[in-house]
Design a protein around this ligand. Structure first.
Ligand code: GAP
Length: 423
């Protein structure tokens, strides 16, 4: 099996990611997140929110509606320009994104039509009277922030330069969804819109600053530096709103692939929506420029999984950073049929649960070796075993996922031990 097949199989076997509506054969471009997947995804989003909002003085949070007045999409340029070039096979009529195929159809080797533009916005019909009102699921979460720019300025104490952060679902009618969750039709974005004075040098410096900040964030959560790179967009490849743009790419098994974009959007959006900023002290009025960092939660999660995947013989280890690992600690009674061990282990479980922020799980299936094997495969950083010695001296064995080393730790020191490691 190649690495993508292994990751897809692991994701399904262990409850990270399932094909959406699988009982009805799935649905192309849609995925469901299982008990472990939702933890990993939430942890990524929480770490992002912490670093982008809580750790800063100049950023506030936001959460816009998914469906907005369709005029938003007309003004933002999405109805005209949010397109991909598409070709259709003249023989089997399959359609493909131009840059995803060579000159012959991969299904039947037929010839392609000339490229046509295809709009990626997902239409929805609303209301009770016919004809129903056509609206759209948002193609990027961004526009909700722009159209609320003045609401945020007038209701909070933000002053230029400042940012508005948001995490939420976006939808694109992708021509060729694929590479597992990498290209989906429903996905989540985590975005910062950072508003600056319309000055070339200042905005360029901010663009460079955010590029570095975002790259640092991925490596701070353990992503392998050598698998990451920046890639500047050539002018003809830039989105319709971008003055300049850089991607952060990961070297995936299917090639270097973008999973976050840093865009200089200039005044494109605020001007289109006819919005501006007034400096309360100087009275000066202007249209700010915007530096945007736009990451995909699903793509980040996929790359965190790929990056963390290691094999040691039969053993699979997901070396996820403890901050994003779905479970932080697993607690085992050495034997499942010894009541005194069970009682003590339940006590230990409770103590650790109270002491740390994140899920602590119970595991008493099979022998200890099998339990280590299972926890390594889902990335649990530490396993705690309660054994007969624990009954005598109130210590337990803590085993580290990455080194497989074991250490005796006093039960009353466990909370400090783990919270120290998780900091
Ligand atoms: N607001 C700017 C914006 O939406 P983008 O480069 O089109 O920019 C940003 O998208 C990020 O959203 C991408 O880097 C990617 O991580 C994620 N993304 C875009 N399309 C996606 C898709 N079809 N499936 C999964 N993630 C996607």
């Amino acid at each position: 099996m190649d690495l993508m097949e292994k990751i897809t199989a692991l994701a399904k076997r262990r409850g990270f990611i399932f094909p959406s509506s699988e009982v009805y054969g799935g649905y192309q471009g849609f995925w469901d997140y299982g008990p472990l997947g939702v933890e990993l995804k939430n942890n990524i989003k929480r770490e992002w929110w912490k670093s982008m909002v809580y750790m800063r003085e100049d950023v506030v949070g936001f959460d816009a509606a998914i469906i907005m007045n369709p005029t938003v999409w007309e003004k933002s340029g999405h109805l005209k320009a949010f397109t991909d070039p598409l070709v259709e096979c003249k023989k089997c009529h399959h359609r493909f994104k131009v840059d995803s195929v060579e000159d012959k159809c991969p299904e039947c080797e037929g010839e392609f039509t000339e490229p046509k533009t295809f709009n990626l916005m997902t239409e929805v019909l609303l209301g009770t009277t016919e004809p129903k009102e056509k609206s759209y699921l948002r193609g990027e979460i961004t526009q909700g922030v722009f159209v609320n720019f003045e609401n945020v300025v007038n209701s909070s104490r933000v002053k230029i330069p400042f940012g508005i952060a948001q995490i939420g679902k976006a939808f694109r009618n992708e021509i060729t969804p694929g590479n597992f969750t990498f290209r989906s039709r429903e996905f989540e974005q985590m975005e910062l819109e950072y508003f600056v004075r319309p000055v070339d040098v200042e905005s360029k410096d901010m663009f460079e600053y955010w590029k570095e900040e975002r790259m640092k964030w991925y490596t701070s959560l353990g992503m392998n530096k050598t698998k990451l790179r920046f890639r500047d967009h050539e002018p003809e490849k830039r989105a319709h709103y971008a003055k300049y743009a850089t991607d952060i790419e990961y070297e995936a098994p299917f090639g270097w692939s973008e999973f976050e974009g840093i865009h200089h959007r200039g005044d494109y959006d605020l001007k289109n929506h006819n919005l501006s900023y007034k400096d309360q002290q100087t009275g000066e009025e202007f249209t700010p420029w915007v530096i945007e960092t736009s990451g995909g939660v699903d793509r980040a999660m996929l790359f965190f999984l790929i990056d963390a995947y290691f094999e040691d013989g039969e053993r699979i280890i997901l070396k996820l950073n403890p901050k994003i690992a779905p479970y932080k600690v697993a607690v085992f009674p050495l034997l499942r049929n010894k009541e005194e061990l069970i009682i003590k282990a339940k006590e230990v479980l409770k103590i650790i649960k109270k002491g740390i922020d994140g899920p602590v799980v119970w595991d008493d299936r099979g022998n200890i070796g099998k339990r280590y094997f299972a926890q390594d495969e889902i990335g649990t950083p530490w396993c705690v075993t309660v054994d007969f010695q624990s009954l005598d001296d109130a210590t337990v064995t803590v085993r580290d996922r990455d080194t497989a080393k074991q250490q005796r730790v006093a039960v009353d020191k466990l909370s400090d031990y783990f919270s120290g490691k998780l900091k």
